[in-house]
Structures are given as C-alpha cells and as structure tokens.
Ligand binder design. Structure first.
Ligand code: GLA
Ligand code: ZN
Length: 647
C-alpha cells in the first residue's frame, strides 16, 4: 500500500493566488497528500441553507493537477456565528452554569438535537458533493472530540438525557437507589427526574453516580461521533475511508475511544510531545505509551494527521523542539505503528487564535530548518515502506478499563495520584527494555500475551477474575499494582471480602490496611536489604501463598510486605503494593522478561530501540531522545538522531 506523507493545509487562510505555489512547494518537499476543510463550515454554508463548495472544488482541482491526494475534514468542530446567534441552545455549559460563547471551538453540546440536525445537514451536503471525487481518499470527522475541555457539558439538555440514560439502565428507581446506596445521607430518589447532574455541591457526590455520569458523557460523545460516521459510511465513495483525529491525554478525556474506533476505518492521531507552556516535552516513554495506546484501539497500524514540527501554543507559546528533535519524534511514531503521516501544518497562520502554533514554514514564508528536516524525513522514510506496513506483535499487554479510569478520576484517594502516571509506572520498565508493548482495553482477548500488567485496576469483577486466573493458570505472568480488586462494576467496595477482593487467591495475599501517601516512604528488598523510595499509596500486605520480595521499612509495618510474587498454576502473579520507583521495577521486570523468554534489548538511557519484523528479517528503529551523542553497538548516534538498521 502506498505511503501517504503530507501536511495539514488551510488554503482558505491565504490569498487564492498563493495556492498554486503552496501546492508546488508542498509537493517539492515530498508530499503526496494534504488535509483540508476542517473548521471551514462558514465557507461551505455562508448563510443557513446557502451551500457553496466552489472554493474547495478549486483547491481539489489544483491538488489533482499536481497529483496530491486529499483528506477532507468535516467542519463540525467550528459552527458559524449565524448558527450560534440563531440557536444559542447549541452552546455547551460549564459546571457553574456558564454558557460557553462563540469564539473558540468545539463549544457545542453533544446532546443538542438542534446541533445534531445542522451538523447532519452540512455533513450530508459535503459528502454528497464529493463522494465521486477520487482525489479525496479519506474523510476526517470533526476534530479531536473532547479536547480542550469540550467533553463536558452540564446544560439542561444533558441533564434530561442523563436522566433518560439512567432510566434505560436501571428501569426501576429502586434498582438505582440500591446500587448507589442512596440510603446514605438520605439521598433516596422517588423518581428519575429528581436526579441531578454532578454540578458542584457541598462535599462530594455519590461514587456510583459519578461513574454513571462518566459513562453518560462517553455515550454522548460517541453517539454524536457515530451520527457522522454513519452518514459518511452511507454516502462516501467506495475508495474513500473515514477516520477521526484523536488528541493525546486519552485517559483524561470523558469518553472511551475504543467505542469511537469501532466504526472508523483507521485511527488517526495528533502527536504533540510538547504543547503550550511546558518546560520540556513529556518523557519519551509517555510519547511511546500514547502510540501503543492508539495502535491498540483497532489492534492495527494507524495514521498521524498532525505531527508536531514547530513550537505550539495558543496564548502561551511552547518549548521549541531542538534541531532534529521533532524529526526524531516522527521516526519514533513510525516505529510504533504509524503508517501514514501528515505534519501540522504547512505554514503557521499569521492571524487568528493559532498565530503561535508554528508550522513547517513561518510567517517569513521561507524554507528553513524545519522545512529541510521534514523534506529529509519524507525522502528517507519512503525507503522503508515494507517494514512500516508490517504488523507489530507484542508479548506484553498493558491493560486498562475506562470504568476503572473514571472511578479513579472521580475519587483520586491520594493527592499524589495521577492515572496516566500509574499506567506509565508499569509500562516504563518494559519500555526501558525496548520490548514491543500493546496497550489495550481489558475487553480485548489477552490470552496471546506472555505478560499482562494491570495498573491500579481497582474494579475487578468475576468475569475479569476468571479470565486472569485462567491466564496465570496457563503460564502467564500478571503484574498488579496497588488498590487492585477493591471495587465492583458499580464503583462500590466489596462487602465481606478481604482485599484484594476477587483476586486474593490469584495474588496469594491479604491486604490488612491501606494508606494514601503524601510523602515518600521506604521499602527494603528481602534478599539484599537494599532500600528504595515509594510514594502515592501503600497496601499493607500479609502473604498467604505468595513470597515476599520487598517489605516496608518503618516502625509499625516492618513485618508487612510491599511487593509479593505468587505462583499460580503454571504462571506467577506479582502484586506491587506501593508506588515504587523505576529502579525497583526495572530489576523485577528483567527477571519477568527473561523468565518468559521475551525479546528485549539493553540500551543506554534515552536511546529508544524499537524492533520491527518483515519477512523473517528484523529491523531496529533507533531514536536518540537526548541532546547528547550516545554510543550503541560501536555506532555513534547523534543528539536527536534517528536510524533504521536491519539486524
Ligand atoms: C490540535 C488541533 C489543531 C491545532 C493544533 C495546534 O491538535 O487538532 O487544530 O489546534 O492542536 O497545536
Ligand atoms: Zn449539554
């Protein structure tokens, strides 16, 4: 399959007489595709019902004459001012009851029937207009659902829809009262229409209520998305595909992207390792985690439709990627399963809210360092298409469950808790050993893996318990971290069960008590008495069948376990009962990887190696994430240099 390489291009931002030259320059750089159209609703419907696609007809003709393909974005992330004025009910509302105003983007309510009607109309008109257009190979629906706080709305429409959602789920109000435990604080409801939405209150809302609200938000966003996906799938040309561009911060978004992914032909992702006022990019392991998460949504390679090249920020500009650093991030993305890539954006816009979201070309319109880096990347990466299209197979699965994520989001339990950090805590040591890692939802089959990690999986029901017991019985290795198994699917604590609940036998332990940590504590290795720091949380463990690997090193609990390992069937189960540091886990994981005969490579810190296989040959993507030269196997890898080598 031909590799698509290109840029995000907004021709409507520039004089028409610049378009030909822009397209020539974009082509000359090495592109064969542009993404256009997202955010341009007003250009397509200048007044209600007056549809006009002539501008984009012209752009597409020019692209065709230069043999540049097109990905077209539906424009529903930015509705026209005339619509906001005529129908203010489409505007979403924050938790304090403030209606969001026209001026930013994505300020619509996902449950607004009025908005859905207008969105349907523009999308139907657009797809019908271009369904025969072979230059358009793909449709991107909307833009980054849920990003920049747009996933939450507390308007009256959402309130009414939430009450309907609950009635559908519980049928009788008594079922809800029983599940929620509304007897507590006298919150028993007589009717569904008495149920609020979780706007601010005095102290906190009911945990089951908060989890249902999160499930409702996810249902709202995914329903709006499916409305568009179904229209595009019904109308599009046979050679056209449909996708959506996901932003990062997946676990901070109020919707399960696995549901959205079901109906997409492929996932698209916007890769921004740094944005806004950050001092430096997020760590390399987190960039990698994001890629592995995206690949895991459909368990197949994906597109990047916005690859960062310039410093990014709205009102506060971000960190400036050093020479070759953004190019190296592009190679890292390809290593982890990105098959087609568009860079954000051809030229930074000199007017409007994203003057400081720099592109390849700056306001001087000259071809400089960033342009040369993209050109070099495009020229080189085309030589590796076969490897890039190969499927990535991993022996390791890092599992997540959005109900569990939202349960933590509703009750952090520790002021030091951050969900993504806890996923990273169990992901990072595998990353450090340069293994291939899948990051997938627990609903996926996981028996093919040799090792499973379940970061802070506090919600574990009987179904998951049975699946995990079978996995370990058959020889698999499982790694739990703290608070595993304490809750049921209704976000309630199990009654009458010792923690860790349904996995007590699997882990071979009993948790006597637990504590959220504000400051570091110390643990000590059972064998060599080495001491290490731990934070965020601790489960104070008594082993049953498990062996103790690390104990707590403090006055009251120096006879209690911190980390245990239990033989279960042909497999083994680790319980990491506290927020341990990377060095403890690096050692533990080295044993696990060797015990399970999983391929890994040692490399100096900061040098990321990613193995790919094609026709029984192995290739290594080498990415230096540091500003220093690093030696690897008698080869000097320069600062932010990337290499692809057959091994
Ligand atoms: C996001 C959006 C783009 C643009 C960039 C700027 O990824 O998809 O429209 O706002 O951020 O960094
Ligand atoms: Zn709403």
């Amino acid at each position: 399959m031909k590799m698509y390489l290109g840029v995000d291009y907004y021709p409507e931002h520039w004089d028409k007489d610049m378009i030909d030259e822009d397209l020539d320059r974009i082509k000359e750089m090495g592109s064969n595709i542009i993404r256009i159209g997202e955010f341009a609703w007003h250009m397509m419907e200048i007044r209600e019902g007056e549809f006009d696609f002539s501008f984009f007809d012209m752009v597409i003709e020019k692209a065709k004459s230069k043999n540049i393909k097109v990905m077209f974005g539906t424009p529903t992330a930015t509705f026209p001012a005339w619509l906001a004025k005529k129908e203010p009910s489409i505007l979403s509302e924050d938790e304090l009851g403030n209606k969001r105003v026209f001026g930013g983007r994505r300020q619509y309510c996902f449950n607004s029937e009025v908005y859905k009607d207008y969105a349907k109309k523009i999308v139907e008109k657009l797809i019908n207009h271009y369904k025969e257009e072979e230059q358009i190979i793909s449709w991107q629906i909307d833009n980054e659902f849920g990003h920049e706080g747009s996933d939450m709305c507390y308007c009256n429409q959402c309130h009414k829809e939430f009450q309907k959602f609950l009635k559908n789920k519980y049928e009788e109000i008594e079922n809800l009262n029983k599940t929620y435990g509304t007897i507590f604080w006298g919150q028993t409801y007589n009717h569904f229409d008495e149920i609020p939405i979780p706007k601010p209150t005095i102290t906190v809302h009911n945990p089951s209520f908060k989890l249902d609200w999160a499930r409702f938000r996810s249902h709202s966003i995914n329903s709006f998305a499916k409305l568009q996906i179904n229209i595009v799938n019904e109308l599009k040309g046979k050679n056209q595909t449909v996708t959506h561009n996901l932003p990062g911060g997946f676990f901070d978004k109020a919707y399960d992207q696995n549901v959205l992914a079901e109906k997409l032909d492929f996932i698209s992702y916007d890769n921004y390792p740094v944005w806004g006022g950050l001092k430096e990019p997020i760590e390399a392991a987190e960039i990698a985690l994001n890629h592995d998460y995206v690949r895991g949504l459909k368990n197949k390679n994906y597109w990047i439709v916005e690859e960062l090249m310039g410093a990014q920020g709205h009102d506060v500009i971000g960190y400036l990627p050093r020479p070759n650093q953004a190019k190296m991030w592009a190679y890292q993305a390809i290593a982890h399963g990105c098959e087609n890539m568009l860079f954000f954006r051809w030229r930074g816009m000199t007017r409007g809210a994203e003057q400081f979201c720099y592109g390849i070309i700056d306001s001087d319109n000259k071809e400089k360092r960033k342009y040369e880096e993209v050109k070099e990347f495009m020229k080189d990466i085309k030589n590796h298409e076969k490897i890039i299209n190969s499927k990535i197979e991993s022996d390791i699965g890092v599992l997540y469950d959005f109900d569990n994520t939202w349960s933590w989001k509703g009750q952090n339990q520790s002021i030091k808790f951050n969900f993504t950090n806890e996923i990273l805590r169990l992901y990072r040591p595998f990353y450090n050993l340069n293994t291939n890692i899948d990051v997938i939802d627990i609903k996926n089959d996981f028996e093919k893996y040799k090792v499973l990690a379940l970061p802070v999986m506090q919600i574990i029901d009987e179904n998951l318990q049975k699946r995990l017991e079978e996995f370990a019985d058959n020889g698999g290795t499982i790694i739990f971290s703290f608070r595993a198994g304490i809750k049921d699917k209704n976000n309630n604590l199990y009654f009458g069960l010792e923690n860790p609940g349904l996995i007590s036998e699997l882990a071979g332990i009993r948790i006597d008590e637990s504590e959220s940590l504000v400051e570091d504590i110390e643990i000590v290795a059972k064998d060599n008495k080495e001491k290490y720091k731990a934070n965020v949380w601790r489960d104070i463990i008594s082993p049953n069948t498990a062996e103790v690997l690390y104990k707590y090193n403090d006055k009251f609990y120096d006879d209690k376990a911190a980390i245990t390992r239990n033989k279960y069937g042909k497999g083994q189960v680790y319980y990491i009962g506290t927020g341990v540091s990377e060095d403890v886990l690096d050692e533990l994981y080295r044993d696990i990887i060797k015990d399970q005969a999983i391929e890994y490579i040692d490399s100096p810190k900061g040098l990321e190696l990613y193995m790919r296989k094609y026709k029984n040959k192995k290739y290594l993507f080498i990415n230096n994430h540091t500003d220093k030269e690093i030696e690897f196997e008698n080869d000097m890898i320069k600062a932010y240099e990337s290499k692809i080598k057959s091994i």
